[in-house]
Design a protein around this ligand. Structure first.
Ligand SMILES: [Zn+2]
Length: 196
């Protein structure tokens, strides 16, 4: 399903939550290929999974849109059966569900009240494996703020991630570089993402 390649497009950092994700090029390729550009284009999206590399770093991967999903120009409902199937398959491969992504017909995407309600539903549906999902929204702008991520902490608190370019040049041979050690990496805020 997801090709595991630890190549980093950028990082999302939530300093107040002590969470840092390497956004894989695999996820970025899916985001870039599905921007909602046409005037009549519909929203689309998929799920987000995290894998932990040998250095203890968290890597975000994405699944592509699915033909069973229901959507309109301003709404999207991921098909429940495909979501379930992806989670089962991902868990077998050592990935853990971390949230979902979808497109917006906005340059710089904003989290709507409907998105917040969907996040609460998503969290409820995946209770026990995912209490605080990450929501990625892909807008139209090709600048870094065109794709943004929020961590859903509670119905009243959604924390926007800081987009960071990975400091050191990646080395595809060492699974993403050594510039971020597990000891000072994400921990407390990600209690719901566990190693298999
Ligand atoms: Zn939305």
């Amino acid at each position: 399903m997801i090709e595991v390649e630890y190549r980093c497009a950028w990082q999302w950092h939530w300093p107040e939550l002590n969470i840092l994700f390497n956004v894989s090029k695999q996820a970025n390729n899916i985001f870039q290929a599905n921007r909602q550009l046409g005037r009549r284009a519909h929203e689309c999206g998929g799920q987000l999974f995290v894998s932990i590399d040998n250095d203890g770093e968290f890597w975000m991967f994405a699944t592509p849109p699915h033909t069973l999903d229901k959507c309109g120009s301003t709404w999207l409902e991921l098909d429940a059966s495909r979501c379930k199937a992806e989670i089962i398959e991902a868990n077998v491969a050592g990935f853990r569900l971390v949230g979902y992504w979808h497109t917006h017909p906005q340059e710089v995407p904003a989290l709507s009240s409907r998105d917040i309600a969907s996040l609460a539903t998503f969290s409820e549906r995946n209770k026990g494996i995912l209490e605080k999902p990450v929501a990625v929204i892909v807008g139209r702008s090709s600048n870094s703020e065109g794709i943004r991520a929020w961590s859903h902490q509670s119905p009243r608190s959604q924390i926007l991630a800081v987009h960071e370019t990975k400091a050191l040049a990646e080395n595809s041979d060492n699974r993403g570089g050594k510039d971020h050690k597990a000891s000072d990496g994400p921990s407390s805020g990600l209690a719901n993402v566990q190693r298999s």
